[in-house]
Design a protein. Structure first.
Length: 221
């Protein structure tokens, strides 16, 4: 799988040739890129965490079951949304899979409309998760460019300290604090203290705070 691929894929893992074919036709007709696999092992051999998408997964398969594949993905740190396709007898197992991190499950027989709606939601969840990781990664990269003194100044800025107070706390002149403050704002690519506070929260707890408007874009000029 291509690390640079930007188009989301709908992976279909099912040992039934007919099921893979019919799902592939449905997905293609709906404008999705279907990528079929006959076994969990075949999927894992080509699995690329950088590839966006979701996974349609049969619950019962020889060699490695859907539940076992879900656990293997989790052990690898994967967060690809998994939609289980189950028979009636697999519903309790599917509920257990949801508790283990599956995104959703569909009981056979299901309508094409229902499946496509759930796929849409799964792909949206995947995009959101990747955006959060990308944002957190970019913030960490920006924060890493700060000098130790600039990190001290940033920590005091986000707690609401004025320049005069920061200068007293750090034993610096107010003018020196102003210079450090300007460099912090430039390196963190924001002009707003409110944005800087949101960035600091995101650095502490990635994904738990909404993105600050304009926080991901450098100031103009």
């Amino acid at each position: 799988m291509n690390h640079s691929a930007a188009v989301a894929a709908v992976f279909v893992v099912d040992d039934d040739d007919g099921v893979r074919t019919s799902l592939g036709i449905l997905l293609d007709s709906a404008g999705y890129r279907a990528v079929p696999f006959a076994s969990a092992g075949e999927f894992l051999a080509r699995y690329d965490p950088a590839q966006p998408g979701c996974l349609l997964l049969d619950m019962r398969m020889p060699e490695m079951t859907g539940m076992e594949l879900l656990k293997e993905l989790a052990s690898r740190g994967g967060f690809l949304p998994v939609i289980f396709i189950t028979g009636h007898g697999d519903v309790p197992m599917a509920v257990e899979a949801m508790k283990s991190g599956a995104f959703d499950f569909l009981q056979k027989p299901f309508s094409p409309k229902d499946l496509l709606e759930r796929i849409g939601k799964a792909l949206a969840a995947d995009r959101e998760a990747r955006e959060v990781l990308s944002r957190a990664g970019e913030l960490r990269r920006r924060h890493a460019t700060l000098t130790p003194r600039e990190k001290e100044v940033m920590a005091l800025i986000v707690t609401g300290h004025a320049n005069k107070v920061i200068a007293m706390d750090l034993g610096l002149s107010e003018r020196t604090v102003e210079i450090h403050r300007a460099r912090v704002m430039e390196k963190m690519a924001t002009r707003s203290v409110a944005h800087l506070v949101r960035m600091a929260l995101e650095l502490e707890n990635p994904g738990q705070h909404p993105a600050a408007p304009g926080a991901d874009h450098p100031p103009a000029g």
